[in-house]
Design a protein around this ligand. Structure first.
Ligand SMILES: [Zn+2]
Length: 64
């Protein structure tokens, strides 16, 4: 069953993104697929390699 809200906010998701997330060390990443609303999907894409910061974790698109 698909999630009914964005991973970062209460908005309904428009799609899923494969992301890598890390706290301090970019080499120590967790890979997961999260549901995102349009706003956060765009933010993730704009953040690029630096990552989008959310609650102390940085997220970037892709599993690398
Ligand atoms: Zn959102």
């Amino acid at each position: 069953m698909p999630p009914r809200r964005c991973a970062f906010c209460p908005a309904p998701p428009i799609g899923e993104a494969a992301v890598s997330s890390w706290r301090d060390d970019p080499a120590d990443v967790r890979r997961e697929t999260i549901a995102l609303c349009r706003k956060h999907l765009l933010r993730l894409r704009k953040a690029g390699a630096t990552g989008h910061l959310h609650r102390g974790l940085r997220y970037k698109e892709g599993f690398w």
